[in-house]
Design a protein around this ligand. Structure first.
Ligand code: AP5
Length: 216
């Protein structure tokens, strides 16, 4: 099955994508994680992307579309995927349409996780990330067993460079301007399902699974 996850920064897309992928045995394609890997490795894409990411702005469509098109051609994506953080603009959604039409593999469901700005800000400011397995933690709501290490692989947890309050507010504004139109884009096709994400991670998973009950 092929899914797209939408929602404000901090809505829990990464957290829930992880659960859905483990359950359905399909890959999580998280453009933010892939771009951060490029930044860490110092690739040409990473060097260019970093200037946008650190400011909380979107990386240009052409760069991200090429990256995702290549990823979708990898063998593990044939049986399905969860796109977490892509598409984020109408041109990206149109490019995804073209790629999926060429593969005769349409999207099944677009899930939109709904939260308020204030919860989004609290979640991001309290987040720590494992740069090895990409698992996220929250200082208050999902703390690691050991204060500073990932439960799964013992990697020291880190803060991202786009998590200060000013940058988060800019990211929220950019989502409204550039990504919110995709909700109408996908609602018009009848594939959009909304999940109220202001609850514990386990409760949000239960709500997501209930919203997908007829397709899983
Ligand atoms: P990206 O990494 O995709 O960031 P984002 O979409 O802004 O989303 P986040 O990762 O901040 O949040 P999330 O919704 O995944 O929440 P999470 O599960 O971590 O993108 C970063 C940047 O890369 C962009 O700004 C842009 O520059 C660039 N980029 C990426 N894709 C691009 C594209 N397609 N085009 C152009 N540029 C692109 O949860 C957040 C926190 O809350 C965690 O601490 C978690 O533990 C906690 N939490 C989660 N769920 C709950 C819950 N239910 N209750 C309590 N706490 C919870």
């Amino acid at each position: 099955m092929r899914f797209v996850l939408l929602g404000l920064p901090g809505a829990g897309k990464g957290t829930q994508a992880r659960v859905l992928c483990q359950q359905l045995l399909i890959p999580q394609i998280a453009t933010g994680d892939t771009l951060r890997e490029h930044v860490q490795e110092g690739t040409t894409l990473g060097i260019e992307a970093r200037t946008y990411m650190d400011r909380g702005e979107y990386v240009p469509d052409a760069l991200v579309v090429k990256m995702v098109e290549e990823r979708l051609l990898e063998p593990d994506a044939v049986k399905g995927f969860v796109l977490d953080g892509f598409p984020r603009t109408v041109p990206q959604a149109e490019a995804l349409d073209r790629a999926l039409e060429a593969a005769d593999a349409p999207l099944d469901v677009v899930i939109k996780f709904t939260i308020s700005d204030s919860i989004a800000i609290q979640r991001i400011i309290g987040r720590f990330t494992c740069l090895t397995c990409k698992r996220t933690y929250h200082v208050e709501w999902s703390p690691p067993l050991d204060d500073a290490l990932c439960d799964d692989d013992q990697t020291p947890l880190e803060k991202r460079t786009d998590e200060d309050e000013l940058t988060v507010k800019r990211r929220l504004a950019i989502y409204r301007q550039q990504t919110a139109p995709l909700e109408t884009f996908y609602a018009a096709r009848g594939v959009l399902r909304e999940v109220d994400a202001e609850a514990s991670p386990a409760e949000v998973t239960a709500r997501m699974m209930a919203a997908l009950a007829d397709v899983l």
